[in-house]
Design a protein around this ligand. Structure first.
Ligand SMILES: [Zn+2]
Ligand SMILES: [Zn+2]
Length: 327
């Protein structure tokens, strides 16, 4: 399906700045009409062939630039429950990259060129959101130590306490990506998202972006959610025992009861820069603007700079580590 502007017939897209549907051709706002699609293999606007991969739920026609959504991949069993609409516009995403890399000396030519940056695309990435009830019983021995000095003698008094805790914590929407393509580490780095902005799924938010549908089962990745919930519960539990110098557990019983799993789409900007036959991926949280990625170092530039400025190798290595160490 495609959203078309009622005024001029061009492709209407969701504009994150306005928070509304927008026609880039005539500036029309909220003037869209839904036109059904023409299957998975051709553009409903211009008829050009499209080649979505197995999990593509929304794509852009290479020929006419229209953004189409494949209804067969977002309805029925495949319909997401929730969507977090893009908050960061393409322009803002580009500005973020420019700001981050604008002053770096060793980025290759073309890295920040408008033509390259235009290839940046927003993608809705599939996630599962797990809700749990958690009960946590804890028994242990807590130690408090008092130290004081009198004359030349230092005294230490150690008191031990029986520590008993029972905690009930509901966990709401623990996210785990449901995409084979998306590297797990990358999504963890892109977090956190503010999940209070999640909305009931609406297709219009997908217009103007690419989409990937879930391509795993909730049971395949649930271990990651349980692991996160457990770590959070343990950290909350430790937070209730700060008055003790040390606590040694004697019995722990942490029980997670699954309540609900929802399928959600989260926004990510993706910028892939091809350099000397290799792809470098940059991702930006489409809600917060947080950027992750590593830049290809342009050795041509680096060496030229070394020769003229007597830049030591350690400085180049330092910069490399600095860039790879996160942005
Ligand atoms: Zn229009
Ligand atoms: Zn087309």
């Amino acid at each position: 399906m495609v959203y078309k502007c009622l005024n001029c017939g061009a492709n209407a897209i969701f504009d994150p700045d306005k928070g509304k549907m927008y026609c880039p051709h005539c500036d029309g706002i909220d003037s869209e009409q839904l036109q059904p699609g023409a299957g998975l293999n051709s553009c409903v606007v211009c008829g050009a062939p499209v080649e979505p991969d197995q999990y593509t739920s929304a794509t852009k026609c290479e020929h006419c630039g229209s953004y189409m959504i494949f209804e067969e991949r977002i309805t029925g069993e495949r319909e997401p429950h929730l969507i977090l609409p893009f908050k960061v516009s393409k322009q803002k995403a580009k500005d973020c990259l420019k700001e981050k890399f604008g002053k770096k000396l060793f980025i290759p030519d073309g890295f920040l060129k408008e033509a390259s940056l235009d290839k940046m695309e927003g993608i809705y990435v599939p996630f599962f959101m797990y809700d749990y009830d958690c009960t946590y019983e804890y028994s242990g021995t807590g130690k408090k130590v008092r130290r004081w000095r009198s004359g030349n003698t230092e005294y230490t008094e150690t008191s031990t306490f029986q520590v008993e805790r029972v905690m009930d914590v509901p966990f709401d929407k623990i996210p785990v990506d449901a995409s084979i393509k998306m590297e797990d580490g990358a999504m963890d780095l892109l977090e956190p998202y503010d999940y209070s902005a999640l909305e009931a799924f609406q297709t219009k938010y997908m217009s103007g972006f690419l989409g990937e549908m879930k391509n795993m089962e909730p049971s395949e990745v649930e271990n990651r959610a349980r692991h996160k919930a457990k770590a959070d519960a343990e950290s909350l539990m430790r937070g209730t025992m700060t008055e003790y110098e040390a606590v040694t557990p004697t019995r722990q019983n942490l029980n997670l009861i699954g309540k609900r799993t929802q399928y959600a789409l989260l926004p990510v900007w993706d910028y892939t820069f091809r350099y000397k036959g290799k792809d470098y991926h940059f991702k930006l949280n489409g809600q917060t603007g947080k950027l992750i990625g590593a830049t290809p170092i342009s050795w041509g530039k680096a060496i030229g700079y070394t020769a003229t400025m007597f830049f030591g190798l350690y400085a180049v290595l330092g910069l490399l580590l600095n860039i790879l160490g996160g942005l």
